[in-house]
Design a protein around this ligand. Sequence first.
Ligand code: HEC
Length: 189
Amino acid sequence: MRMFLLAPLPFLAVFACGTPAPMTPADMAVSVDLATSSPDLATSSPDLATSSDAMMVDPQRPPTSSAMALEDWLKTGAYKAWACESAMHAARPGSAHAANRICSNDLLSKSTSGEYPVGAASVKELFNGAGAIIGYAVGLRLKAGPSDDSWFWYERVNTTTYANGPGVALCANCHRNAPRDFIYTQVKP
Ligand code: HEC
């Protein structure tokens, strides 16, 4: 886990902070602590204020600030350590999606009943016929309650973005009919 957290740091230093200055060892120590600590601590730290996208290394929470931040986070592969289906499968009945593989984060996979907790998230890898990843679908519970905008949705296939925001109707219109909350497939640990 520590290795994973360290790996994206040089990238963050250049792109996320918006400054080309390389991180000093002291900065890196701060970032590692932030990445493993709570969001509340993170926002109260002046160091993080200058690198708010450091949140994108939170391995449990896909960032929703921009499509680019989310795609960068997906590229880290953090979600692959979640509870994931063992292999890709054809779209299930009722699905609007291509062949896929779903991963559930800790809050989603360990939740036992009712509404999923705020911060519960799913990542779905989307595949073409040759088994190559051509995009991702992401769901994240943003706030409590039954309204459509309590869930953030993102989907990009090849170069087309189909959703990027809370309550996107294209997704919510179907997902609100899921057997539990807005989620069809809960992958358990
Ligand atoms: C017509 C219904 C339908 C629509 C529209 C739809 N989905 Fe889904 N989605 C499903 C079904 C069914 C599954 C589970 C089975 C599968 O994908 O094979 C699923 C799975 C998912 C998952 C994995 C978590 C879960 O609920 O199982 C995510 C994330 C997801 N969809 C995101 C989206 C996004 C983002 C959109 C909008 C761009 C969208 N979906 C539109 C039916 C739909």
